[in-house]
Design a protein around this ligand. Structure first.
Ligand code: DAH
Length: 343
């Protein structure tokens, strides 16, 4: 091959490569151009390099020198194009953006908080038992948090020291316990909200945050989660309550869970009980329950002669802690990644 011919080929290649790199609009196109010109096995530069061997001996130094210049120029053009693609806000970045509409497998990074996992699990189990999920606001009024639940104004549960009242215009926080707004202290509020809007039969659960001014320690947190259950229909009995709780416990803990009722008092249930669950030989307190007090049924316009109901409220953290053997409730809220990674 004559020197002139070789040099012409080199010039041609330098021009096409520069044009291709310049035209590449995104990283994919640029990569395709890189393989075409600089590819180690069958790139065009490699092909031209083979011609170098056929240039007559005396012309070889000149041919080699030019070859190296062109090679460097092409590599520099590629480098410049790479930087341009990375810096541009145009199609280059667009191509890298996450597109949630693309079908495929969910990335295996991140996972749900253990409390969220417990909430989803409980919804799932109760859903299979026919309970639908109801929601209520976390900022409540005294009617739904107390009054309609048979907790009259003079009741100690309404004390400002026991609740997070909100400071409303013209009134300091807690100065008028009894009528202000507050952060709900129990999810029982949702029982009222649902019954006010629906005629019996009712079969709901509600899960969410509740707030009480407790000093944080291993078992207390000023914010925690409850699951509330309510079933109102004709001839509902305490046996139905115990059966549902037992099924819930057995499904959740995958074992033979026993339920024990201890006599208790709640203003909104009569009779009232504390619920203990036994799993793997240990009893633990789960929350409260009872038959809906006739006064509560009347407050929402139901006829206690016609329908009866049961209600329960369980601590979600307790359930989750028992499941995983967690002994400090504060772990849930400290965002310690080493703790959270375990679930
Ligand atoms: N609301 C009660 C609490 O926070 C728990 C509770 C007890 C809920 C009895 C109920 C119930 O629905 O029937 O301590």
């Amino acid at each position: 091959m004559a020197l002139a011919e070789f040099l012409a080929e080199l010039d041609d290649l330098a021009q096409s490569a520069a044009a291709a790199f310049q035209l590449a609009a995104d990283p994919h196109a640029l990569e395709a151009a890189r393989i075409e010109f600089l590819g180690a096995k069958s790139g065009r530069l490699k092909a031209v390099q083979k011609g170098l061997g056929k240039v007559p001996g005396p012309d070889k130094p000149a041919a080699g020198k030019r070859f190296n210049e062109v090679k460097q120029a092409i590599e520099a053009a590629f480098q410049a194009a790479t930087e341009r693609c990375a810096a541009s806000k145009g199609p280059a970045k667009e191509a890298l953006r996450f597109d949630p509409t693309v079908p495929g497998v969910r990335p295996a990074i991140g996972h749900l908080h253990p409390i969220t996992q417990t909430i989803e699990h409980l919804k799932d189990i109760m859903g299979r038992l026919g309970f639908t999920v109801a929601d209520g606001p976390e900022v409540e009024d005294a009617w739904h948090n107390f009054e309609a639940l048979n907790i009259p104004p003079e009741h100690p549960a309404r004390d400002p020291l026991e609740n997070f009242y909100l400071a409303t215009a013209g009134r300091a926080a807690g100065s008028a316990a009894g009528d202000g707004l507050l952060l709900r202290s129990q999810t029982s509020t949702v029982q009222i909200r649902v019954m006010e809007k629906t005629r019996p039969p009712v079969r709901i659960i509600s899960l969410g945050r509740v707030y009480r001014p407790d000093k944080p320690d291993k078992t207390h947190s000023p914010m925690f989660h409850q699951i509330e259950g309510l079933l109102v229909d004709r001839r509902v009995t305490m046996a139905d309550l115990k059966s549902v709780l037992r099924l819930l416990g057995m499904s959740y803990f995958h074992g033979d869970v026993h339920i024990r009722f201890r006599p208790s008092f709640f203003p909104f249930t009569e009779p009232s009980v504390e619920i203990d669950m036994q799993w793997q030989g240990r009893w633990i307190e789960m929350g409260g329950a009872g038959m809906v007090d006739p006064n509560v049924l009347r407050a929402v316009g139901y006829d206690p002669e016609e329908v009866t109901g049961f209600a329960f409220g369980l601590g979600i953290e307790r359930i989750c802690m028992r499941q995983h053997g967690i002994d400090d409730i504060r772990e849930f809220y400290e965002n310690n990644v080493r703790f959270l990674h375990q679930f």
